[in-house]
Ligand binder design. Structure first.
Ligand code: ADP
Ligand code: MG
Ligand code: MG
Length: 504
């Protein structure tokens, strides 16, 4: 009889072992279910009272909200068809029609009408359903305090002005991110508070496939931390100069330029001017697509507004920025011109490789000199660059009423289907090798330590509390869905009843 029991015990142990290994292999902690345990619904009362009952935010924009509203509709005979139609329209829009007519969004009106209907009676009923209760439970988890104990830290990815950037992983979900650490005393000594807060607020506001996303902010005793989309393929400066002959082949130039163009348009739509476009700020992910990163110099203006201020990196500054005039998004289109030029030529515009002209000389070249085009420039690239590098911002490509659409329509981009690109359905011509580290010597980067003689006080605490707001809702919800935690945890009991276990 003992040996019979032994078999059973052994099997249980083996099974448990596999469960643990399976979770760990995806990078999750073995305690992930506890970390993501739903609070009892009675603990969500406050949230239920305070949450804004906005259909668009709750049922369209927030990924988990959207999923639960969909589940609600599917559970109701009278609403099932609306949901399938909405899905079908979305699919049509993303895939098939893109090939035949990439420019028109034929289903938009129809989808809008569907949402109009769903935001009425169905939305009201949804808020009385167990699906909405579950949404509140997820929201409570989303709002849990964030500390360094929620992450595993791996290697240094790079170094910035106030600290290093580290590869890290969320223990509960296994998701990899890049953690940009700002050393508190360094920030204070160099009066970087406003800049850090500005970067955080702008990152939080943007939700673009072509801009690094912010997932969390938290603090430790010595650091403020921004947890960002992991970009493991290195920056474009490295790829232009350190891999083979200087410069990139045309298909890569085309894709990166198109993606930067989309990123800029997403920023400009929110009235954000980026102001720091240069190869080192464009990062590659492991699938070979790029994102704009380092939004420390970006600025939010009023709609269609302008700013003054000589910021950016001299070699990439637009003439109107150098001459201290007011400028708007034109500065970024100039920057795109510089970027496309450098990727193609294999050296920066107005500068030979390794040449470092004096400030004055550089300003003079930018404002007056006509750029040269070597034989690497075929007609369409040359034409695009020279339209983006027009000195007068009024005449420059991208600066008219149609904004970035004029850039997208340039012949150089004829082979790019922008709707496919925005839907993430285009394959990149170059994929970084996951075994390589695409950056300079990481060993050289030492740990930032606090500056002596700088003490932190209450005023600093005030700033830290504005900075540390925990999870960014849309990013957090995407993470939960992408890592399959949503599908594994969001179970309901038979006939839609709440299972006692999950409501604990
Ligand atoms: P700073 O604003 O201080 O210049 P950055 O945001 O440019 O800091 O980050 C410094 C360096 O860290 C970058 O040059 C890059 O090498 C690396 N890095 C920054 N963000 C990421 C990211 N999301 N993924 C991978 N590496 C990153
Ligand atoms: Mg930087
Ligand atoms: Mg910066």
């Amino acid at each position: 009889p003992f040996s019979g029991h032994f078999e059973i015990y052994r099997n249980i142990v083996v099974l448990l072992f596999y469960v643990v290994v399976w979770d760990c292999s995806r990078g999750r902690s073995s305690k992930w279910r506890e970390m993501l345990r739903f609070p009892h619904i009675s603990q969500c009362d406050e949230l239920a009272k305070s949450i804004e009952r906005d259909y668009y935010s709750l049922c369209v924009k927030q990924p988990i909200g959207k999923k639960l509203f969909k589940l609600f509709c599917e559970s109701r005979q009278d609403l099932q068809n609306y949901m399938s139609l909405l899905d079908a329209l979305h699919e049509q829009n993303c895939i098939q029609d893109l090939f035949s007519d990439p420019c028109s969004n034929v289903f938009r009106d129809c989808s809008e009408e569907l949402h109009q209907y769903l935001s009425g009676e169905p939305f009201t009923q949804y808020q009385d359903s167990l699906y909405f209760d579950r949404f509140l439970q997820w929201k409570m988890l989303e709002r849990s305090p964030i500390t360094k104990h929620g992450f595993r830290q791996y290697r240094v990815l790079g170094k910035g002005g106030f600290g290093e950037v580290w590869a890290c992983q969320v223990k509960a979900t296994g998701m990899m991110y890049a953690c940009k650490k700002l050393e508190k005393t360094h920030v204070k000594r160099r009066r970087g508070e406003a800049m850090a807060l500005n970067e955080k607020k702008i990152l939080e506001e943007v939700d673009s496939r072509f801009v690094v996303n912010l997932a969390y902010t938290y603090e430790t005793k010595h650091f403020l931390c921004l947890v960002l989309t992991m970009m493991s393929g290195g920056d474009l400066k490295f790829h232009i100069y350190n891999v083979g002959e200087p410069g990139l082949d045309r298909d890569r130039v085309r894709l990166y330029a198109a993606e930067v163009c989309c990123g800029l348009m997403d920023l400009h739509e929110k009235s954000i001017i980026y102001r720091d476009l240069k190869p080192e700020n464009i990062l590659l992910d492991n699938s070979g697509h790029i994102r704009i990163s380092d939004l420390g110099l970006a600025v939010k203006v009023s709609k269609g507004g302008t700013v003054k201020g000589r910021v950016g990196t001299l070699g990439y500054m637009a003439p109107e920025v150098i001459s201290k005039k007011y400028y708007g998004t034109s500065a970024d289109w100039w920057g795109l011109g510089c970027l496309i030029y450098e990727m193609t030529a294999g050296h920066p515009v107005f500068r030979a490789q390794g040449e470092h002209p004096q400030h004055r000389e550089m300003e003079n070249r930018i404002q007056r000199k006509q750029e040269d085009y070597n034989k690497k420039f075929v007609k369409s690239v040359k034409d695009l660059c020279s339209s983006l590098l027009i000195k007068d911002p009024e005449q420059r490509l991208g600066c008219g009423d149609s904004g970035g659409n004029a850039v997208r329509s340039h012949p150089f981009f004829y082979t790019i289907n922008f709707r496919m690109l925005e839907a993430g359905l285009v394959e990149a011509p170059f994929q970084p090798d996951p075994r390589l580290v695409y950056c300079g010597d990481v060993q050289d980067i030492e740990e930032f330590s606090p500056v002596k003689g700088v003490s932190l006080d209450e005023r600093d605490e005030e700033f830290y509390s504005m900075f540390n707001t925990g999870s960014v809702p849309i990013s957090w919800q995407k993470e939960i869905i992408e890592t399959n935690c949503f599908s594994e945890l969001n179970v309901f009991g038979p006939m839609g009843s709440r299972t006692p276990d999950l409501d604990q």
